[in-house]
Design a protein around this ligand. Structure first.
Ligand SMILES: [Zn+2]
Length: 243
């Protein structure tokens, strides 16, 4: 089974040695919910630097031999938030992590946090600050159209943000205050969470990688210049010793 560790983000093949799946019937006599089976599944990460445990539980009903999961929860880690690097401001990472944590329990709260995170990104990365998220997206779109958006902000990423404006309640409430709680389901909240993950990657992580690459080039150039200088002074020394 192919699987990606939610802690360290490492893709791997799960083997019998680090995977457990078990199921039992909760023997409670006759119940309006029918016979309930509790299934548990656990995986230990194969990455030696991680080795952390992921634990899931499912409640399953069997009717006519076919099982139907009616409740599924990931117990460890508590949230499906992906690990995010330090190049993303802490406040944005916190909003993102919390939006992931409450996605299934309270999609409304999750979507509100996700919208706040999205607004925080547009303000921080793009330097755009308007009274509503709706106006900020419009301003960002205009910047991209005019070719003066911050480096890393692609037409595709702005189109993805703009697409969110068209999603039912999320879009309808963007013209209002960011803190207004919008009635959404967990699938809609997930769309926002995935957008944030994509933008974290395309904006912040890509910028950090670019800066790192250029710092390396500069370091090499500096070293070469230093070597040249040393070589030149060595030649100078030789010349003066001949005198
Ligand atoms: Zn791991």
């Amino acid at each position: 089974m192919n699987w990606t560790c939610p802690y360290c983000d490492k893709a791997q093949t799960v083997t019998v040695a680090n995977h457990f799946k078990g199921q039992m019937l909760l023997d409670i006599g006759v119940s309006a919910s029918g016979p309930i089976h509790l299934q548990s599944e656990a995986i230990s990460c194969a990455n030696e630097d991680c080795r952390r445990a992921t634990v899931l539980v499912r409640l399953i009903n069997y009717k006519g031999g076919r099982g139907k999961t009616f409740l599924a929860r990931q117990l460890m880690p508590e949230s499906a938030a992906r690990p995010q690097p330090d190049c993303i401001p802490a406040a944005l990472r916190e909003d993102y992590a919390e939006a992931c944590l409450v996605r299934d329990l309270s999609p409304k709260a999750s979507a509100t946090l996700a919208r706040r995170c999205l607004q925080g990104m547009i303000r921080d990365f793009c330097g755009i600050s308007k009274p509503t998220l709706f106006k900020e997206i419009a301003a960002l779109k205009q910047q991209v159209d005019e070719g003066n958006a911050p480096r890393g902000v692609s037409i595709e990423s702005v189109e993805a943000i703009d697409y969110i404006r068209q999603i039912g309640n999320i879009g309808a409430h963007m013209e209002k205050d960011i803190n207004i709680i919008v009635d959404v389901d967990s699938d809609e909240a997930q769309v926002l969470i995935e957008l944030i993950e994509t933008l974290f990657d395309e904006w912040y992580v890509a910028r950090a990688r670019r800066e790192e690459r250029f710092a390396k080039v500069k370091q090499i150039a500096d070293e070469k210049a230093q070597q040249k200088l040393l070589a030149a002074s060595a030649v100078g020394d030789e010349a003066s010793s001949v005198d």
